[in-house]
Ligand binder design. Structure first.
Ligand SMILES: [Zn+2]
Length: 59
């Protein structure tokens, strides 16, 4: 899926194996371009984007 920050499609699934996800939350994704970490969750039947980590700042 597309990165909600930069729109790039090179996102990686972060496989956490924590078992802590509820059924309405998808796995964490990380953008390979800007470093944003997010996941999509479904709330009241609507897709919501949950930002876990903001994009990497330029050094
Ligand atoms: Zn991105």
């Amino acid at each position: 899926m597309k990165c909600p920050n930069c729109g790039n499609r090179t996102s990686l699934n972060l496989d956490m194996h924590s078992g802590g996800f509820s059924s309405d939350e998808s796995p964490l994704k990380e953008c390979g371009v800007c470093g944003l970490v997010w996941r999509v969750k479904t709330e009241a039947g609507e897709m919501k984007i949950d930002i876990i980590k903001p994009p990497d700042k330029k050094k």
